[in-house]
Design a protein around this ligand. Sequence first.
Ligand code: FE2
Ligand code: FE2
Length: 276
Amino acid sequence: MKLLAHISDLHFGREIPAVAEGLLADLNAIQPQLIVVSGDLTQRARRNQYRAAAAYLSRLPATYMVVPGNHDIPLYNVFARFLSPLGYYKKYITTGLRPIYNDEEIAVLGINTARSLTWKGGRISEEQIDDMKKKLCALPANLFKIVVTHHPFIPPPDGEGIDLVGRSIQALDVIDECNVDLLLAGHLHHAYTDDVRSYYKSRSGSVVVAQAGTAISNRLRRGMANSYNLITLHRSHIEVAERRWNGTQFYKAAAVGYTADNNDWHREDLGIEEND
Ligand SMILES: [Fe+2]
Ligand SMILES: [Fe+2]
């Protein structure tokens, strides 16, 4: 069993200090084994925002893995945007743009989907798809395999704010081929979870998607609260719990379970818990 915290869209520069401290307190209490950060660490890719993000990451109470988001590339500084789009990211966060974590139970691969040219949208390159295939297909089939991007593979249930990752179909072909079980992303500041087949109706491969809200920023979408995902992984069961900020602390607001049945993940809503 693994406990994995999936946090996203920190947006330093627009962070809410009390929520940022509340998230650290919650993570310290829960003690996940791995923390995945799915991009948009900063609001405008400025040096001071990167410094604040790096200081925050250094306080996370577990091993963590990060991928950049579109906000981690400068928008207005056109020279930096094209000449060194992730210069500060590499200086302050990590030089590794293809992070991979694996142990005896899970393998997690991060893919950078942020692009200078289409600043808001994101995509996976053919070369990144080849690299994913090389790395994930080579790992044992009994590992629980996870891919992390900033841009989402599936839209939210209300279909709003679609900025889906480009070249998703080709990526999903490899994701199926390498038996990836779970996709983690952010970007829309909207927490939701479903099977990829909820959107790609004709696909046969069952893959669970967990989208995280904005963990600590005030860039909240339509009255949604700050949140992150706490994911419990068993080989044949996944629970995706949304932990939401109630003004004082994070609490378990909703959870969805997925149970493996042959090659399918069967979804079961586990209900909404009272705000405590
Ligand atoms: Fe964001
Ligand atoms: Fe984003």
